[in-house]
Design a protein around this ligand. Structure first.
Ligand code: HEM
Length: 389
């Protein structure tokens, strides 16, 4: 009993320490992602070089007859603030055209839309090729006909709340990014307008269901997604692609843990930036993030962003995170449905076939057996479970 207790406390310390390291690592990863996205947005490579919207040096819209020096001065004042109109501390009050707005629009409709489309289509292609080459992953011993409980009703409800809300948000969000180009030529302006107005309401309200689902899933599964030593072996063997038999895993294997943390981190980031977009000009999240990054890495990002610049960054970041998550979730949906025999049962009936469970989550099956028969020694050649595993 004493030995058991001391093993438990070692396990507890290990979990606390690895969890703290994990949180720190994730924090740095998110910061790097933010920095990367911003240097992308401000890169001169994204300045528009052609097309009807291209600003022509020295020219005024409508072509006035003023001299080019006078025109340049007019445009300087329009973009930087008309003299005498700046009120108090608000530097933007005399500004008629905000050049950052043009950069934002060109980035959103240009590289952001283009790379988003390529990523989504690329993932679909990869999955189609993988399915063509590998086919459906079968249970190698065949189905036993006996089942084991994998997820409770509450766990499944949380998963499906998260999944269905995410799918609705993804569809209505992608309509905002691509709908004008893809749908208007097919269904016309009126139908597109109706769809988009309803889509906007769906997007804004379903966001709260998504946040609730995310909270449920995070609370219920975070303990099972703390990395352990088996994850390294699982990753080195490509989840069973290399080295024959399936590597051992507890309730979630390393691949699933990666999906879980992407869902949690991107989900929180999308929720925060979505909140900022729903409540315009009320948040300073990007100014605060820049100040934090400057403090941590000695960078010199602007920390006094105008409220409208905050919104522009939020909008780009929201889209980048959402598209990344959509691409990852395509892979998840594939493996959880047609990609693997026996997987979907876990989220429909909550019961999985015993042979499926032993193949993919052998250590978890051992744990379940040990829980059901506390007196029996554990099977599977393991000497006993360490609490921190
Ligand atoms: C029709 C769509 C979906 C299907 C068929 C599906 C299927 C599944 C299945 C079968 C599992 C359990 C795997 C196991 O037993 O180990 C699972 C787990 C999970 N699902 Fe889904 N899912 C879908 C959509 C989503 C979406 C949209 C999200 C997130 C936004 C999501 C997030 C998760 C997470 C975090 C887990 C636990 C970790 C993992 O197994 O990767 N799922 N899903």
């Amino acid at each position: 009993m004493k030995a058991m207790h001391s093993r438990n406390s070692v396990g507890y310390k290990f979990q606390t320490r690895s969890f703290a390291q994990l949180v720190l690592g994730l924090f740095v990863a998110v910061s790097i992602l933010i920095t990367g996205a911003l240097s992308l947005q401000t890169s001169p490579a994204y300045a528009q070089t052609s097309g009807p919207d291209k600003p022509v040096a020295g020219a005024t819209p409508g072509g006035t007859n003023a001299s080019s020096a006078a025109q340049a001065e007019i445009w300087r004042q329009i973009r930087q603030g008309i003299s005498g109109t700046v009120v108090g501390q608000d530097k933007s009050s005399g500004m008629l055209v905000q050049s950052d707005g043009q950069n934002w629009r060109l980035t959103r409709n240009g590289p952001l839309a283009k790379y988003s489309a390529w990523s989504i289509l690329g993932m679909l292609l990869v999955l189609a090729v993988f399915f063509g080459v590998r086919g459906r992953i079968k249970v190698s011993k065949g189905l036993s006909g006996k089942t084991i409980k994998r997820f409770s009703a509450v766990e499944r409800a949380g998963h499906w709340l998260l999944a269905s809300s995410f799918i609705l948000l993804a569809l209505t969000g992608l309509n905002l990014l691509f709908g004008r180009k893809l749908l208007i030529p097919v269904i016309g302006h009126d139908a597109f307008s109706t769809i988009t107005i309803f889509g906007k309401f769906i997007h804004n309200y379903v966001a709260f269901a998504f946040m609730l689902g995310l909270l449920m899933v995070t609370v219920m599964w975070i303990v099972h997604n703390i990395p352990n030593r088996h994850d390294i072996g699982w990753l080195l063997r490509g989840g069973g692609i290399f080295g024959g038999a399936h590597p051992p895993a507890r309730k979630f294997n390393a691949g699933q843990k990666i999906i879980f943390w992407i869902v949690v981190i991107c989900g929180i980031s999308i929720s925060l930036s979505g909140w900022a977009l729903m409540n315009p000009f009320t948040t300073t999240m990007f100014s605060d993030t820049f100040a934090m990054l400057n403090g941590m890495f000695g960078t010199s990002y602007a920390t006094d962003l105008a409220p409208v610049q905050e919104q522009q960054y939020q909008s780009l970041w929201h889209t980048i995170m959402a598209v990344f998550m959509i691409v990852v979730i395509f892979a998840h949906i594939y493996i959880g449905s047609i990609g693997m025999e026996g997987a979907l049962d876990a989220m429909t009936s909550g019961e999985v076939d015993k042979n499926w469970a032993s193949e993919h989550h052998s250590l978890w099956v051992d744990e379940m057996k040990a829980e059901a028969n506390p007196s029996k020694p554990k099977s599977g050649g393991r000497k006993g479970l360490q609490p921190a595993e």
